[in-house]
Ligand binder design. Structure first.
Ligand code: ARG
Length: 469
C-alpha cells in the first residue's frame, strides 16, 4: 500500500482543504476491500457494456474503457497493481488507475452509477460465491461423515462399532458409532441447505440503483443483472443500496455451521482424552507440548471449537452495525466486509481440515463397546421387557430403578444380580432375562424409524449416499 501524497479526490469538486491524514486512514477501506477487485471490475465491465448497448456511451468509449479495465485486472492478478490509501477504496483505486491509463474518458464509466450500488453489487457477487463455495465444502464434509458411518457399520471384525449414547453427558443408551456420524451428516445437510437458500435469496443485482433513487439515464438493469449471473435486478433501489441482510444471512448460516462444528470438536476432544480413550486423532492433525513429552494435543479440534466465537461475533457485529442505520446507504455499511471475509476463510479452512482429519481418526471399538455397556445403559431395555409383558411402563421404570440402585450400591451390573434379587423386585424377572441385556441386543432392538438399529442406520447411510451422488 503506498502512502502517496494525495492527488485530487474523485469526489473533490466542492472541497478546498485536503483530507486530514487520520481521517484518510479511518475512512479508507482499500486495505480490506481490495479483495473485491475481481468483482468490482466484473461489475464495471457489465455496466460499461450496458452503457454502450443503450447508446449512453459510444462504441469507441466503451472499447477504451473495457481495454483499460482489462489491463488493470491483469495488473491486479499479477500482484503489480499499486493500491493507494489516499484513493480510499477498491472502487476509486480502480477508477483512478483507469484515468491514469486512458485519460478523461475513464470518467464516463461512472455515468448512471454510484459507489453505493457499485459496492452493493461487488459484495453480493462475493457473498453469493462464498455461500455456494461453503455449501460445496459442507457437502464434501458430509460425504466424509457418511463414508465414516458406512465404514464403521462393519469395522469391528465385521460388526458395527458401538458407542455410549449420552444425555447430560451421562451414559444413556448404547448406539452405533455410525448413528453418531449420521447425526452430524444430518446437521451438515441442513447447513448446506441454508447456504444455498441464502445464495438463492441474494441472487439479485443492485447495480443501477445508483445512489439511492435510481437514475434518469435510460439504463437496462436486466441486462447488467444477466451479464453478472444474477437471476434478476433488485426491485427497489433504496433496498438495493441500503440492505445487507444477504450478508447477515450468510453469517447466520455460517454461525450455525460453526456451532455444529464446535459441538463435533468438543466430542472429539473429550473422546480423545486418556480418560475416555475412544479415539486417536492422527499425528498430522495434532500437536505436541514443548515441555511435556507425552502430550498429543487436539489443537485443530480446539481451534475449530474456538473459531465459532469469532464467527458468532461477526454475525452479532453486523447485526449491530445495521440496526440503527436509516435508509439508504450510510458509511457504517463499510463495516460489513471484514466479518464476512473472515467468516468465509475460517469456515472454509475448518471444513477442509475436518474432511482430512476424520478419515484418519482411529476409533477403538473395544473401548467404546465396554464404555457403552457401563452406566446401566441397558436399564431401559429391562423396563421395556416388563412393559412388553403388560406391566405399565411407569411401574416397570420404578422396579428397574430399584434394581439399578441395588446394583450400584453393591458395585455390580444389572446382569450380575441374582435370580432371587431379580424375582424379589418383580416376579417376571430372572437371571436369564438380565443376562440377555447386552449392548448388541439393545441397539438391535431400536428398530423405530431413525433409530440406532444397524438396519435403520444402514438405511440412513444409503439414503444419504443416494442424495450425495
Ligand atoms: N467503501 C465504501 C463501502 O465499502 C464504498 C461505498 C461508498 N459510498 C459512499 N457514499 N461513500 O461501503
Amino acid at each position: 500500500m503506498t502512502h502517496k501524497t494525495q492527488d485530487k479526490k474523485l469526489w473533490g469538486g466542492r472541497f478546498a482543504e485536503a483530507t486530514d491524514r487520520l481521517v484518510e486512514l479511518f475512512n479508507a477501506s482499500v486495505p480490506f476491500d481490495q479483495r473485491l477487485a475481481e468483482q468490482d471490475i466484473r461489475g464495471s465491465l457489465a455496466h460499461v457494456a450496458m452503457l454502450g448497448q443503450t447508446g449512453i456511451l459510444t462504441p469507441d468509449e466503451v472499447a477504451r474503457i473495457e481495454e483499460g479495465l482489462g489491463a488493470i485486472l491483469a495488473e491486479i492478478r499479477a500482484g503489480e497493481f499499486k493500491w493507494r490509501l489516499d484513493r480510499e477504496d477498491v472502487h476509486m483505486n480502480v477508477e483512478a488507475a483507469l484515468r491514469d491509463r486512458i485519460g478523461p474518458v475513464a470518467g464516463k464509466l461512472h455515468t448512471a452509477r454510484s459507489r453505493n450500488d457499485q459496492v452493493a453489487v461487488d459484495f453480493r457477487l462475493f457473498t453469493k460465491e462464498a455461500a455456494l463455495d461453503l455449501a460445496e465444502k459442507t457437502r464434501a464434509l458430509r460425504a466424509v461423515m457418511v463414508a465414516e458411518a458406512e465404514r464403521h457399520l462393519s469395522s469391528d471384525g465385521g460388526q458395527p462399532v458401538l458407542l455410549p449414547g449420552y444425555t447430560h453427558l451421562q451414559v444413556a443408551q448404547p448406539i452405533l458409532l455410525s448413528h453418531w456420524f449420521m447425526a452430524y451428516a444430518a446437521m451438515l445437510e441442513r447447513d448446506e441447505g441454508r447456504f444455498r437458500d441464502a445464495a438463492a435469496r441474494m441472487d439479485e443485482s443492485p447495480l443501477g440503483s445508483a445512489a439511492l433513487a435510481g437514475t434518469p439515464w435510460p439504463i437496462d438493469r436486466h441486462l447488467t443483472a444477466q451479464a453478472l449471473g444474477f437471476a434478476r435486478p433488485t426491485a427497489n433501489s433504496l433496498d438495493g443500496v441500503g440492505s445487507r441482510d444477504f450478508a447477515l444471512e450468510f453469517l447466520a448460516a455460517g454461525a450455525i455451521l460453526a456451532a455444529h462444528l464446535s459441538r463435533l470438536s468438543e466430542e472429539l476432544i473429550l473422546y480423545s482424552t486418556f480418560e475416555f480413550g475412544f479415539l486417536t486423532l492422527p499425528d498430522s492433525h495434532t500437536t505436541g507440548s514443548s515441555i511435556m513429552p507425552q502430550k498429543k494435543n487436539p489443537d485443530v479440534a480446539e481451534l475449530a471449537r474456538g473459531k465459532a466465537g469469532r464467527v458468532f461475533g461477526h454475525l452479532m457485529g453486523l447485526l449491530t452495525v445495521v440496526k440503527g442505520t436509516p435508509l439508504a446507504y450510510n458509511k457504517d455499511l463499510q463495516e460489513d466486509k471484514e466479518g464476512v471475509f473472515d467468516a468465509y476463510d475460517t469456515l472454509a479452512t475448518v471444513l477442509r481440515l475436518y474432511a482430512d482429519m476424520l478419515p484418519k481418526t482411529v476409533w477403538h471399538a473395544e473401548v467404546t463397546k465396554a464404555a457403552a455397556a457401563r452406566g446401566f445403559s441397558t436399564a431401559t431395555d429391562l423396563a421395556d421387557f416388563l412393559a412388553r409383558s403388560g406391566v405399565p411402563f411407569r411401574e416397570a421404570h420404578e422396579v428397574v430403578g430399584g434394581l439399578v440402585g441395588l446394583a450400584s450400591r453393591t458395585g455390580r451390573q444389572l446382569w450380575d444380580l441374582t435370580d432371587e434379587e431379580l424375582r424379589a423386585a418383580h416376579p417376571l424377572l430372572n437371571a436369564d432375562v438380565a443376562r440377555s441385556l447386552t449392548v448388541e441386543e439393545s441397539v438391535k432392538a431400536r428398530q423405530s424409524y431413525g433409530g440406532t438399529a444397524p438396519e435403520r442406520v444402514r438405511e440412513q447411510v444409503e439414503l444419504a449416499k443416494a442424495a450425495l451422488s
